[in-house]
Design a binder for this molecule. Structure first.
Ligand SMILES: Cc1cc2nc3c(=O)[nH]c(=O)nc-3n(C[C@H](O)[C@H](O)[C@H](O)COP(=O)(O)OP(=O)(O)OC[C@H]3O[C@@H](n4cnc5c(N)ncnc54)[C@H](O)[C@@H]3O)c2cc1C
Length: 417
């Protein structure tokens, strides 16, 4: 099928990848409607993609080659241990991931969108409606535009999802993650070698177990050199901002009880060196993200289609969100190339991606329970018990980081860029 006018609501990771996929597959016109007027690239936090998923995504064309990435190979699981400055290693786990800087990943995907794609910033969508023969988008300025297909790549508070699956809302998991990042050169302030223990230079990634939570720290590339990136899961303070509505506090917006709670958890439960790593984060680079789950059965409606976090919200423990969003785009391109009608395209996409979100959400819930809600007695954990605990969380799934891209019988691979 060739031709047609496609709107992509949201111009982040999923949005850029879908815009490229639609243009490559043969859409006559692709318009990205992104409500942010300023720099999306300023969201300077890290994320990671499993090595195998990254290789598949580059092969399908969904992940542009050449985007700066740091190769992670192992993750050490640590726990506070008496006077030890860096803690005790419970487990040295293989961790085959590439880590990215959000802004650099976004820039790479944006630069790879074909020039014919119209990327409109400051275009907030207030509602969409699908019909048998097209879909309408209502913008905040009051204008209404008609398209042949509308893709909802508008994230966890998706307006398009409201039209596809009315009433489906993310549910709060009962805990939050604080996030931070900064240039690794700041670590010089922590002083010299940590006395033979596991410090920043000694590992690609660590997870420190605390009662009712965990803290992940890993290397990411940055625009001006290597960066420290961390995600700290724990219960929020009893008082402070309400977190049971899907929202997040952007960098610089974390103060009062939420800032105090992070400092208290880090000081009380992290080995001193690692508490120092968290403590070096400037307030303007610290954010809070309440943790949510959302699964939808339907990823398509009449001339409407959901992508990335708009289709499913997976707790970050699974390290799969960006990979899943890019896989959605690759599946969309394949479905388009095989379809001879809009209905055929939507059916094929639903068949390919309908169950993916549900399976990822289920695994991430198990990981979240084990790593934040009902944590083990970390002090008693050793390599054999950690390995058994990990397998119990996976419950038969091959690993974290998302699922392998299924090969569609008879489908020609998407052509390289
Ligand atoms: C703490 C944390 C850690 C994570 N770590 C990882 C990781 O290690 N690995 C991984 O793969 N994933 C990770 N993720 C998830 C990953 O970032 C997302 O799943 C992925 O980027 C896909 O996002 P998206 O493009 O679907 O949505 P988003 O990035 O949320 O983008 C939605 C876009 O739509 C725009 N928008 C929203 N509403 C409207 C509207 N009404 N009109 C117009 N525009 C609109 C927004 O401005 C935004 O640009 C993590 C997430 C969190 C919270």
């Amino acid at each position: 099928m060739r031709g047609g006018r496609v709107a992509v609501v949201g111009g982040s990771i999923a949005g850029c990848a879908f815009a490229s996929a639609a243009a490559r597959a043969g859409a006559a016109e692709v318009v990205v409607l992104e409500r942010t007027g300023g720099q999306l690239a300023d969201r300077g936090v890290g994320l990671a993609i499993h090595d195998d998923r990254a290789a598949e995504l580059v092969a399908t064309g969904a992940l542009a080659p050449g985007i700066a990435a740091h190769r992670l190979t192992r993750r050490k699981w640590l726990v506070q241990d008496g006077d030890s400055r860096t803690g005790r290693v419970m487990w040295d786990q293989p961790f085959p991931f590439h880590s990215y800087h959000w802004g650099l990943l976004w820039r790479g995907l944006r630069a790879a969108t074909p020039p014919a794609v119209e990327y409109r910033q400051g275009a907030a969508v207030e509602g969409v409606r699908g019909y048998a023969d097209g879909a309408e988008v209502r913008l905040a300025d009051g204008s209404v535009e008609r398209f042949d297909l509308v893709v909802g790549a508008d994230g966890y508070r998706s307006v398009v999802r409201e039209a596809v699956s009315p009433g489906a809302r993310p549910s709060y998991a009962g805990y939050v993650c604080w996030r931070g990042s900064y240039p690794a050169e700041r670590l010089a302030a922590l002083g010299g070698p940590a006395g033979g223990g596991t410090d920043w230079r000694d590992t690609d990634a660590i997870t420190i177990g605390i009662p009712g939570g965990s803290c992940v720290v890993y290397h990411i590339p940055g625009p001006d050199g290597p960066m420290v990136n961390w995600v700290f899961y724990g219960a929020p303070p009893q008082t402070g901002p309400r977190l049971d509505d899907p929202t997040s506090l952007p960098p610089g917006g974390v103060s009062g009880e939420l800032a105090d709670r992070l400092a208290e958890l880090a000081q009380r439960w992290l080995p001193p060196y690692w508490a120092g790593v968290i403590g070096l984060t400037p307030p303007e680079r610290t954010s809070v993200q309440p943790i949510y789950d959302l699964e939808t059965e339907l990823t398509v409606g009449e001339r409407l289609l959901l992508a990335g976090d708009a289709a499913s919200v997976v707790r970050p423990h699974n390290t799969s969100g960006a990979a899943k969003a890019l896989q959605d785009a690759a599946a969309f391109e394949t479905a388009w190339r095989q379809a001879d009608s809009w209905a055929g395209l939507l059916d094929a996409y639903q068949a390919a991606r309908g169950s993916t979100g549900r399976e990822l959400v289920a695994l991430a819930r198990r990981l979240g329970r084990a790593q934040a809600e009902c944590t083990p007695d970390w002090a008693a954990m050793t390599e054999p018990t950690m390995t058994a605990w990990w397998q119990w969380q996976l419950d038969g799934v091959a690993g974290i980081g998302g699922q392998a891209m299924p090969t569609v019988p008879g489908a020609a691979p998407n052509p390289p860029r």
